[in-house]
Design a protein around this ligand. Structure first.
Ligand SMILES: Cc1ncc(COP(=O)(O)O)c(C=O)c1O
Length: 403
């Protein structure tokens, strides 16, 4: 590493031979980019694994790592169409996939989206980067949640934009305060981002809050970016309100994909569709198409699974129902043992993930330099806990769903 300022870069460490001291300078605009979930935290986990620990990795949401298989019909759709997936496809994606996204918008009650308004990307990740790159000039502001899914911040910073954060406080059930958001919008602001259902907090925003997001974006004529990749992973009766059902008078970009609801993050297939006021956004959409063309196209085999994923029975509901049943058991036990009932605002997605996170980080892993016997005991405890978890999983309905 060159100097102190470079130490902030979270890219994998460069391999430098001891003799060749002046290192290759890296691009300045990456200096402030952080992506901890793949950075130091993941590297520390790797070290622990090398020491023999079994690490439960919740840093990136990787359903496959926890035994959640991609629905078989999607796997078959991909295999059956492999011969159609050998060449580049249209820069915006194959028509059947884009059309399937359009039909899904209709199911959700979103008006006015055509296949022309849909872009398929190598995951939502690529599309977040592209949509920001096409929009922002250095110094432009984007109002976004804190905490956020860190790629949103990274995408703004890479383009020279400035993230301006509204807070999602635990004491408010992680629901943002629209009045705070309204105060943060300045003439330099180009966009407002919401992540709903939210990663990392798990909150699902009530209709009146989503309405205020729309109102603020429309009044200020800024683009509304809505990351709805978890739109069908809902627990405890939570209702998801797609922002595109409400937004009419400004450009609205909604992101979705195969990674979470459809448990196919390795397929690297996501989409963004545009709705609301599009007439003034032709230049922006053309620039986005230019960026899509520069990378030629998104991964084609994964796109062939989109139609199958979005049509028919949605197996994710089987999984969330199962989690809901477990949640109600936990609640009953808490009531029986005199613990306070979970507050109503626990109606949020990801509540189980949060619990698992708490368990995973409950201090079982001692410092690396701790004595060997202590480490061995901790390792055995982790292994026992994982074995119990696996046994529970084998006998639960989750094990049989979508195989
Ligand atoms: C809120 C949110 N948006 C986007 C992504 C990226 O998804 P993809 O796999 O489609 O790139 C993730 C991944 O965890 C996420 O949590």
């Amino acid at each position: 590493m060159r100097g102190d300022s470079n130490a902030r870069i979270t890219a994998p460490p460069m391999r430098v031979s001891p003799e060749s001291s002046p290192t290759l300078p890296v691009a300045r605009h990456l200096h402030m980019v952080r992506y901890e979930i793949r950075g130091p935290l993941a590297r520390r986990a790797q070290e622990l694994e090398r020491d023999g620990y079994e690490v439960i990795k919740l840093n990136i949401g990787n359903p496959a790592a926890f035994g959640f298989r991609t629905p078989e019909t999607m796997r078959i759709a991909t295999i059956e169409n492999l011969s159609e997936a050998e060449g580049y496809c249209h820069q915006k994606g194959i028509f059947p996939a884009r059309e399937a996204v359009v039909m899904d918008t209709q199911t959700q009650g979103i008006a006015g989206v055509t296949a022309e308004d849909v872009f398929i990307g190598n995951g939502v990740s690529e599309l977040i980067l592209m949509t920001m790159e096409a929009l922002l000039e250095p110094g432009d502001e984007v109002v976004m949640p804190a905490p956020d899914y860190p790629l949103w911040t990274a995408a703004v910073v890479i383009t020279g934009g400035k993230p301006v954060y509204y807070s999602c406080r635990p004491e408010a059930g992680f629901i943002p305060d629209p009045d705070e958001i309204a105060r943060l919008v300045t003439p330099r602001c180009k966009a407002l981002v919401l992540i709903n259902p939210n990663n990392p907090t798990g909150a699902v925003y009530p209709r009146e809050v989503v309405e205020r997001f729309v109102q603020i974006a429309e009044e200020n004529q800024i683009v509304l970016f809505s990351d709805e990749i978890y739109n069908r992973i809902l627990y405890d009766g939570a209702q998801h309100v797609p922002v595109a059902t409400l937004c009419r008078d400004t450009l609205c970009a909604t992101f979705g994909g195969l990674s979470k609801v459809y448990r196919a993050c390795g397929f690297r297939t996501g989409w963004v569709f545009f709705s609301g006021r599009k007439d003034h956004a032709t230049d922006y959409l053309n620039c986005l198409e230019l960026l899509a063309s520069l990378r030629l196209c998104a991964n084609v085999p994964g796109q062939w699974a989109v139609q199958t994923a979005l049509g028919g029975v949605q197996s994710i509901y089987e999984l969330t129902r199962c989690a809901d049943r477990q949640l109600s058991i936990v609640r009953r036990q808490r009531v029986r043992h005199g613990a306070a009932r979970a507050p109503a605002r626990a109606r949020r997605a990801g509540v189980f993930l949060q619990r698992r996170l708490q368990n995973a980080f409950s201090g079982d892993v001692p410092a690396r330099r701790g004595d060997a016997a202590q480490r061995l005991r901790a390792h055995r405890r982790t292994a026992r806990r994982m074995e119990v978890g696996r046994a529970r999983y084998r006998t639960s309905p989750w094990a049989t769903v979508s195989r």
